[in-house]
Design a protein around this ligand. Structure first.
Ligand SMILES: *Cc1c(COP(=O)(O)O)cnc(C)c1O
Length: 376
């Protein structure tokens, strides 16, 4: 039975708790030219395009590494050297895209809102109207720093209205929050195996509009991060250019079987939304406050304000939850002291209720009477 019984549950932004079936899919060895592996790889790529509603318009290019690798590869391949990006920032992952552009030497401007405030499509529209040099808009779907959901449909409409490309960091939403290429125009979205698809870490992928990818030939600054070269080589031979993450792809294929059995994006969204509701209701009952208003909270990860009670100590809280079998995540906010608890991964109501019990035990151990944050 599942090894997960001895492993802690990961209530984090990733890597996440995976099922026994997903882990068991890795109990083989495949050579890079193994025909079974090549077939699995092709099937995974097709399935990922289908999840994005992008059959016929977009292609899937997988890339070894963590999610940031494929973000960097997509930016370097799709934004020409003479291009200019508008980066929408309300947390660490938007900032990371701006930092990548600095490394790449690509011209860019940013539009920053507070960590608890979604990007404004009206502001994007006005900025694009005033700056004809901007070729691409870069947005984060769910900014995992806080758990905030940005209005990607309206942002896409603004970008398309001005004829600019849109690149979406959909890392923490792909598979759990609908993003359909038939309804939301985008040049590329970037995601990874180990978030809402519940695969294991080691591969990212981009779903890229075919023409945008073709136009990206020769743009990349880096051989290993050249998505156009990765794509053309894989199309030609079915193989990866460099050592393929065989086990990660096999695990992703098994994870996608379970994703389909759960009802695809709709099914996964329903389970995560339940997890989020149980978590937020239980934490509020104990007196904790969420950073975000419910209307902008994605059912991915929830930021809680740190209690003002002097007995509360994050490290002691973290360690106590760990002893009870739950791993949470520190906050990453600049605006307030906080911590985060994730709703994603191979977890359901029982695990969320277990986590709440562990939180109750931890605050009792610390002698915390009041979980309300400092009033600002
Ligand atoms: C997880 C994540 C990434 C990628 O992070 P890695 O640590 O490189 O896997 C990028 N963007 C968002 C929004 C994320 O949640």
């Amino acid at each position: 039975m599942p090894a997960a019984r001895t492993d802690p549950y990961l209530l984090t932004p990733g890597p996440l708790t995976t099922s026994a079936r997903t882990k068991e899919a890795m109990l083989h060895d495949w050579g890079s030219r193994d025909s079974r592996f090549i077939a699995t790889n092709a099937r995974v790529r097709r399935r990922l395009v289908a999840i994005a509603g992008a059959e016929g318009t977009h292609v899937c290019v997988p890339l070894q590494g963590s999610g940031t690798f494929v973000v960097e590869a997509a930016l370097g391949t799709l934004i020409p050297r003479g291009g200019k990006a508008l980066v929408l920032i309300n947390g660490a992952y938007g900032k990371r895209m701006a930092k990548i552009l600095e490394y790449l030497g690509r011209d860019h401007v940013s539009l920053e809102t507070a960590e608890d405030t979604p990007a404004s499509a009206a502001d994007v529209d006005a900025l694009l109207a005033g700056d004809a040099d901007i070729t691409h808009v870069l947005a984060v779907h769910c900014e995992t720093t806080s758990g905030i959901l940005n209005p990607i449909e309206a942002i896409a409409e603004a970008a398309a209205g001005h004829g600019r490309g849109l690149l979406i960091d959909a890392m923490s939403t792909f598979g759990a929050i609908p993003l359909d290429a038939r309804k939301v125009p985008f040049d590329a979205l970037m995601a990874s195996a180990n978030k809402c698809l519940e695969g294991v870490p080691g591969v990212g992928f981009a779903i890229v509009r075919r023409q945008a990818l073709e136009a990206g030939a020769g743009n990349a600054h880096s051989l290993s991060l050249d998505l156009h070269d990765q794509w053309t080589a894989m199309e030609k031979t079915g193989q990866w250019r460099f050592t393929p993450p065989t086990h990660v792809i096999a695990a992703l294929d098994a994870a996608l079987d379970q994703f389909d059995a759960e009802g695809g994006v709709g099914g996964r969204n329903a389970r995560y939304a339940d997890n989020c509701r149980i978590l937020v209701a239980g934490m509020r009952k104990m007196g904790f406050e969420t950073l975000l208003a419910d209307a902008v909270q994605a059912p991915i990860i929830v930021t809680f304000r740190t209690p003002a009670d002097p007995g509360f100590d994050f490290q002691a809280f973290y360690d106590s939850l760990g002893r009870h079998g739950y791993v949470i995540y520190p906050g990453k906010l600049t605006v307030a002291e906080s911590f985060r608890i994730g709703c994603i991964g191979h977890l359901g109501a029982a695990e969320m209720l277990g986590a709440l019990e562990a939180v109750r035990a931890a605050i009792t151990e610390m002698g915390v009477k009041d979980c309300a944050p400092a009033q600002t």
